[in-house]
Structures are given as structure tokens and as C-alpha cells.
Design a binder for this molecule. Structure first.
Ligand SMILES: Nc1ncnc2c1ncn2[C@@H]1O[C@H](COP(=O)(O)OP(=O)(O)OP(=O)(O)O)[C@@H](O)[C@H]1O
Ligand SMILES: [Mg+2]
Length: 338
């Protein structure tokens, strides 16, 4: 399968640390027999201006991974590993420093803007408050910048919209407002967690194009979380495939789309609709269910659903290892595209 790549080449300054570097990050909830390992030893890197796609089925740990990275997990969660933003360790940072970082340097866009926008505050008030708090602008300058940002995300009649409440806007509009809000302080990193799942297909495409153009204009690095591979085409430079809390494949997007190595990646890609497919035809899905996160791991977590599995797979967990210069895969019997 050949995917058109619209990604922008990124200049890497040799000496600058990556925007985000995560090493062996694990997240556990509860304890004893009821312990849930939601994220297991995940390492990732996002360079300045790069877009990393994170893909996996529901429950694979995508949201918990980035909630841990942002330091937003509840106290009941135990996080271990390392999260460095522009070289500085974020795990264990004071709440004040974390808040400052989250306001100015790292922003997030979630699936449902209604949960992130305050329902009883006008759009204009919400946008200007961010700027007054984090960029220390006065009210007039903040209003001016908020208006500019709404126009930039193609909100029509932006002046009028400033006076409206979130429920007065359509779902697509609200998501544009969220993107405007996330970009107000020119963040270095934007984390978008299923930003278009709640929208219908045409609006989804518009919002993704908007994210792409904001990223190009502002040079923002991005983590784009989705359970839908199709959304990453043309947007992501690199992709991590997650299964049961672990990264099972990591590769540059074009390589992964053209020749997935892990049977799970191949299975997810087979679920992506193609233009050639008749609209009415049913898309394949991967048979079976992911494992219960409370069960101890024995062998490869995907083995019970894998058509390529052999005896070794249920006995020994495959490590994520280098397959070729830019690709890593955790599989005893990866696809061979020779
Ligand atoms: N507060 C919590 N306490 C215990 N377990 C939790 C908690 N929050 C999440 N989990 C578990 O962590 C695992 C990973 O969940 P996560 O929300 O990261 O999945 P996801 O990949 O984002 O899924 P989706 O695509 O549905 O958003 C799940 O098994 C979930 O049940
Ligand atoms: Mg999620």
C-alpha cells in the first residue's frame, strides 16, 4: 500500500536535545493481585517540529502514557521511568513548574472539547484568560491575539463567536476553538488525543488539515494519538504501535504503512478503508480481545489473536529490538517483506 506523504522535512540541530524524550515509562494502578499495568516500559522521542503518531486499539495505554508524560495521573497511579522535555526531567517536577510548562510549552487537545472547555464561560473569556495567565498579556492585547487565533483556525465571524458559549457552537467549531486555545502560547509540543473521534468524517478531515497547517506555521512538535491508522497518513513522521501497554512496533510512517513488520500492525492496517473498496463492503477487524491488564504476562500479549503465532510466542515475550536502521519490532516471527 503506498501512502502519499505530506510531511515537512525537519532540520535537526545536532546539539539540541529532542523536544520530548521518554525512557522506560511504566504506569501501574492499584496493587497486589488487582494491580493494573497500563503502560509498560515505553520509550519514545519527538524531535523539534516532528509529528509522532501513536496508534492502538482501545485500552492499549495511549491516553495513560501521555497523561503520565504530562504529570496529570491521579495519585493512585505509580509512574516510573524518565520523561525529559527539552532535556529537563519532568517526572518529580514541582506542581508549580509543571503547571508553567503545561501552560506555555506543552498543550493538549482532547477527543471531546466539551470536557475541556468551561461550559458557563464565553469563548472569548476562556481564550483571553489563558493569555493573561500564561503570557501575562493585558486584557486588550489578549483579546486581540485571541481574535487573531480564532481567524487563523478559520472560525467565521470570530468577533461574534468570542461572545458565544461552547454549547452554541458545532462539534467541529468547538474542536477548532480547542486547537486555537492550545496554540495561543506557541507551544513547542502539542498532544492531540483522538482529536477528531467525536466528529463526522468531513469535519474530521478539516480538523486534521488544520492541525497540520498549524503545526507547519508554528513549527510545533506533535503527538497524535488515534486508534485509526488512516488519520496518521500524511501527518505523522514516525509511528508507534501500542498493544496491551507496550510498544510493539516503531518505525517511520512511510515504512510502516508500506510494509508493517508486526502482525498486529498489519492487522490494524488491514482495517483501514481503501478507495478501491466498495462502500458497502465490511472492513475486516482483528478477531479476539486484548488481554486483561490484571493478568500476569506470559509470552507475547498478542499471541492468542495472532495468525503467525508459534509455540515460542506463548512462552517467551519478544523484546522490542532493532530490525533495521530506523525500525524496531517486538515479534518472534515478524513479516518478511524481503
Ligand atoms: N484510574 C485507573 N485505574 C485503573 N486502571 C486504569 C485507570 N485508568 C486507565 N486504566 C486502565 O489503563 C489501561 C489503558 O487505558 P488507556 O485509557 O490509556 O487506553 P487507550 O489506549 O487510551 O484507549 P482508548 O482508545 O479507548 O482511549 C486500560 O486497561 C484501563 O482500564
Ligand atoms: Mg484514550
Amino acid at each position: 500500500m503506498r501512502w502519499m506523504s505530506l510531511t515537512v522535512p525537519v532540520d535537526h540541530a545536532i546539539s539540541a536535545p529532542p523536544c520530548l524524550q521518554v525512557e522506560a515509562l511504566s504506569v501501574r494502578f492499584g496493587g497486589g493481585a488487582r494491580e493494573i499495568a497500563a503502560v509498560k516500559e515505553v520509550s519514545l522521542r519527538i524531535g523539534a517540529g516532528e509529528c509522532l503518531g501513536i496508534v492502538g486499539e482501545s485500552g492499549s495505554g495511549k491516553t495513560q502514557l501521555f497523561t503520565a508524560i504530562m504529570g496529570l495521573l491521579p495519585q493512585t497511579a505509580r509512574t516510573t521511568g524518565s520523561v525529559r522535555f527539552k532535556g529537563g526531567e519532568m517526572l518529580g517536577m514541582s506542581p508549580t513548574d509543571l503547571n508553567r510548562l503545561r501552560g506555555r510549552e506543552i498543550s493538549m487537545v482532547f477527543q471531546d472539547p466539551m470536557t475541556s472547555l468551561t461550559p458557563h464561560l464565553r469563548i472569548g473569556t476562556q481564550l483571553t484568560e489563558v493569555l493573561m495567565l500564561h503570557a501575562r498579556m493585558d486584557a486588550a492585547a489578549a483579546r486581540q491575539r485571541a481574535l487573531q487565533m480564532l481567524e487563523r483556525v478559520q472560525i467565521t465571524r470570530a468577533g461574534q463567536r468570542m461572545h458565544q458559549y461552547p454549547h452554541e457552537l458545532s462539534g467541529g467549531m468547538r474542536q477548532r476553538v480547542m486547537i486555537a486555545m492550545a496554540c495561543l502560547c506557541n507551544p513547542s509540543l502539542l498532544i492531540a488525543d483522538e482529536p477528531t473521534t467525536a466528529l463526522d468524517t468531513t469535519v474530521q478531515a478539516q480538523v486534521l488539515l488544520l492541525l497540520q497547517s498549524m503545526r507547519r506555521e508554528l513549527g510545533t512538535a506533535m503527538a497524535l494519538i488515534t486508534h485509526d491508522f488512516a488519520l496518521l497518513a500524511g501527518l505523522a513522521d514516525h509511528v508507534l504501535v501500542m498493544y496491551a501497554g507496550r510498544v510493539v512496533e516503531a518505525a517511520c510512517a512511510a515504512d510502516l504503512f508500506d510494509a508493517p513488520l508486526h502482525p498486529y500492525s498489519a492487522g490494524l492496517l488491514a482495517c483501514v478503508p481503501r478507495w478501491s473498496q466498495a462502500r458497502a463492503s465490511r472492513l475486516p477487524s482483528i478477531a479476539g480481545q486484548p488481554p486483561d491488564p490484571r493478568e500476569p504476562e506470559a509470552g507475547c500479549a498478542f499471541a492468542p489473536r495472532c495468525t503467525r503465532a508459534q509455540a515460542l510466542c506463548s512462552q517467551q515475550r519478544p523484546e522490542l529490538r532493532l530490525h533495521s536502521s530506523s525500525r524496531r519490532v517486538a515479534c518472534h516471527y515478524p513479516h518478511d517483506h524481503g
